[in-house]
Design a protein around this ligand. Structure first.
Ligand code: CUA
Length: 161
Protein backbone atom coordinates (compact mmCIF):
# COMPACT_ATOMS: atom_id res chain seq x y z
CA UNK A 1 0.00 0.00 0.00
CA UNK A 2 2.78 2.38 0.99
CA UNK A 3 4.90 1.46 -2.10
CA UNK A 4 1.91 1.83 -4.35
CA UNK A 5 1.44 5.43 -3.17
CA UNK A 6 5.12 6.24 -3.75
CA UNK A 7 4.92 4.88 -7.30
CA UNK A 8 1.88 7.00 -7.93
CA UNK A 9 3.70 10.08 -6.71
CA UNK A 10 6.72 9.37 -8.91
CA UNK A 11 4.52 8.66 -11.88
CA UNK A 12 2.80 12.00 -11.34
CA UNK A 13 6.14 13.79 -10.97
CA UNK A 14 7.39 12.07 -14.13
CA UNK A 15 4.39 13.13 -16.16
CA UNK A 16 4.60 16.65 -14.77
CA UNK A 17 8.29 16.84 -15.75
CA UNK A 18 7.44 15.59 -19.23
CA UNK A 19 4.93 18.40 -19.64
CA UNK A 20 7.45 20.93 -18.29
CA UNK A 21 10.03 19.78 -20.86
CA UNK A 22 7.51 19.79 -23.68
CA UNK A 23 6.46 23.24 -22.56
CA UNK A 24 10.04 24.52 -22.55
CA UNK A 25 10.70 23.07 -26.01
CA UNK A 26 7.42 24.42 -27.31
CA UNK A 27 7.98 27.89 -25.87
CA UNK A 28 11.55 28.16 -27.15
CA UNK A 29 10.53 26.94 -30.63
CA UNK A 30 7.70 29.46 -30.61
CA UNK A 31 10.01 32.24 -29.45
CA UNK A 32 12.54 31.41 -32.14
CA UNK A 33 9.89 31.31 -34.81
CA UNK A 34 8.41 34.65 -33.87
CA UNK A 35 11.56 36.65 -33.22
CA UNK A 36 11.36 39.76 -35.35
CA UNK A 37 14.03 39.65 -38.05
CA UNK A 38 16.41 42.61 -38.00
CA UNK A 39 15.80 43.07 -41.71
CA UNK A 40 12.35 42.78 -43.02
CA UNK A 41 11.91 41.95 -46.67
CA UNK A 42 8.99 42.40 -48.90
CA UNK A 43 8.81 42.49 -52.66
CA UNK A 44 8.19 45.30 -55.11
CA UNK A 45 8.56 45.57 -58.88
CA UNK A 46 12.24 46.50 -59.44
CA UNK A 47 11.36 48.17 -62.75
CA UNK A 48 8.92 50.54 -61.02
CA UNK A 49 10.87 51.58 -57.93
CA UNK A 50 10.58 55.29 -58.65
CA UNK A 51 6.79 54.99 -58.97
CA UNK A 52 6.31 52.74 -55.95
CA UNK A 53 5.66 54.17 -52.48
CA UNK A 54 7.59 55.02 -50.42
CA UNK A 55 10.41 55.14 -53.00
CA UNK A 56 8.57 57.61 -55.22
CA UNK A 57 9.44 60.13 -52.51
CA UNK A 58 12.90 59.42 -51.11
CA UNK A 59 14.00 61.48 -48.15
CA UNK A 60 14.17 61.77 -44.40
CA UNK A 61 10.82 62.15 -42.66
CA UNK A 62 10.08 62.69 -39.00
CA UNK A 63 7.76 59.93 -37.80
CA UNK A 64 7.98 60.39 -34.03
CA UNK A 65 9.40 62.70 -31.38
CA UNK A 66 12.95 61.42 -31.96
CA UNK A 67 12.24 59.03 -34.81
CA UNK A 68 12.85 59.44 -38.49
CA UNK A 69 12.25 57.31 -41.52
CA UNK A 70 14.92 57.51 -44.23
CA UNK A 71 13.69 56.29 -47.60
CA UNK A 72 16.62 55.59 -49.89
CA UNK A 73 16.90 54.36 -53.47
CA UNK A 74 20.21 52.87 -54.58
CA UNK A 75 21.45 52.68 -58.14
CA UNK A 76 24.75 52.20 -59.97
CA UNK A 77 26.49 54.16 -58.54
CA UNK A 78 24.82 56.17 -55.82
CA UNK A 79 21.98 56.65 -53.39
CA UNK A 80 18.99 58.91 -53.62
CA UNK A 81 18.26 60.04 -50.10
CA UNK A 82 16.13 63.04 -50.90
CA UNK A 83 14.85 65.31 -53.62
CA UNK A 84 17.38 66.85 -56.01
CA UNK A 85 17.19 70.25 -54.32
CA UNK A 86 17.97 68.75 -50.90
CA UNK A 87 19.89 65.52 -51.33
CA UNK A 88 21.51 65.61 -47.89
CA UNK A 89 20.09 63.51 -45.13
CA UNK A 90 20.07 65.25 -41.76
CA UNK A 91 18.73 64.26 -38.35
CA UNK A 92 19.26 65.68 -34.85
CA UNK A 93 21.56 63.79 -32.47
CA UNK A 94 19.68 61.19 -30.44
CA UNK A 95 17.39 60.26 -33.29
CA UNK A 96 16.42 56.74 -34.16
CA UNK A 97 16.47 56.38 -37.92
CA UNK A 98 14.46 53.66 -39.63
CA UNK A 99 16.13 53.07 -42.98
CA UNK A 100 14.00 51.70 -45.79
CA UNK A 101 15.95 51.03 -48.95
CA UNK A 102 15.96 49.15 -52.21
CA UNK A 103 17.88 48.93 -55.48
CA UNK A 104 16.79 49.91 -58.96
CA UNK A 105 19.32 47.78 -60.85
CA UNK A 106 21.84 45.38 -59.33
CA UNK A 107 22.67 44.23 -55.80
CA UNK A 108 24.19 47.02 -53.72
CA UNK A 109 25.34 47.28 -50.15
CA UNK A 110 24.26 49.74 -47.48
CA UNK A 111 26.75 49.97 -44.66
CA UNK A 112 27.38 52.66 -42.09
CA UNK A 113 30.77 51.84 -40.56
CA UNK A 114 30.77 51.94 -36.77
CA UNK A 115 27.07 51.06 -36.50
CA UNK A 116 24.93 47.94 -36.82
CA UNK A 117 23.66 49.20 -40.17
CA UNK A 118 24.73 46.75 -42.86
CA UNK A 119 22.19 45.67 -45.43
CA UNK A 120 22.20 44.08 -48.84
CA UNK A 121 19.95 45.92 -51.26
CA UNK A 122 18.48 43.50 -53.75
CA UNK A 123 16.39 44.67 -56.73
CA UNK A 124 12.75 44.00 -55.95
CA UNK A 125 13.32 43.66 -52.21
CA UNK A 126 12.66 46.26 -49.53
CA UNK A 127 15.32 46.20 -46.81
CA UNK A 128 14.88 47.83 -43.42
CA UNK A 129 17.10 48.46 -40.44
CA UNK A 130 17.00 50.92 -37.56
CA UNK A 131 19.75 52.68 -35.67
CA UNK A 132 19.92 55.35 -32.97
CA UNK A 133 22.52 58.03 -33.62
CA UNK A 134 23.59 59.50 -30.30
CA UNK A 135 26.75 61.23 -31.47
CA UNK A 136 26.93 64.18 -33.81
CA UNK A 137 28.91 63.82 -36.96
CA UNK A 138 28.91 62.83 -40.58
CA UNK A 139 28.19 59.17 -41.07
CA UNK A 140 29.40 57.65 -44.29
CA UNK A 141 27.02 55.31 -46.07
CA UNK A 142 28.92 52.87 -48.28
CA UNK A 143 28.21 50.22 -50.85
CA UNK A 144 29.94 47.03 -49.76
CA UNK A 145 28.72 44.75 -52.55
CA UNK A 146 30.73 44.83 -55.75
CA UNK A 147 28.36 46.35 -58.30
CA UNK A 148 30.54 47.51 -61.21
CA UNK A 149 33.10 50.06 -62.29
CA UNK A 150 31.80 52.82 -59.98
CA UNK A 151 31.48 50.60 -56.92
CA UNK A 152 34.35 52.21 -55.04
CA UNK A 153 32.78 55.65 -55.37
CA UNK A 154 29.28 54.61 -54.40
CA UNK A 155 28.58 56.41 -51.15
CA UNK A 156 26.50 59.07 -49.47
CA UNK A 157 26.26 60.43 -45.96
CA UNK A 158 23.95 61.03 -43.08
CA UNK A 159 24.56 64.18 -41.08
CA UNK A 160 23.75 63.97 -37.37
CA UNK A 161 23.65 67.49 -35.95
CU1 CUA B 1 26.86 49.60 -55.36
CU2 CUA B 1 28.95 48.56 -54.98
Amino acid sequence: MHIHRLEKIWLTVGIAMLFVFLGVIGVSAFAMGTQPPSRHHHMIDPAKVNETAPFNQPGVFQVGKTEYEAVIVSYAFGYTGGPEEQPEMRVPAGSTVHFTATSTDVVHGFEIPGTNVNMMLVPGEVSQVSHTFDRKGEYLILCNEYCGTGHEYMMTKLIVE
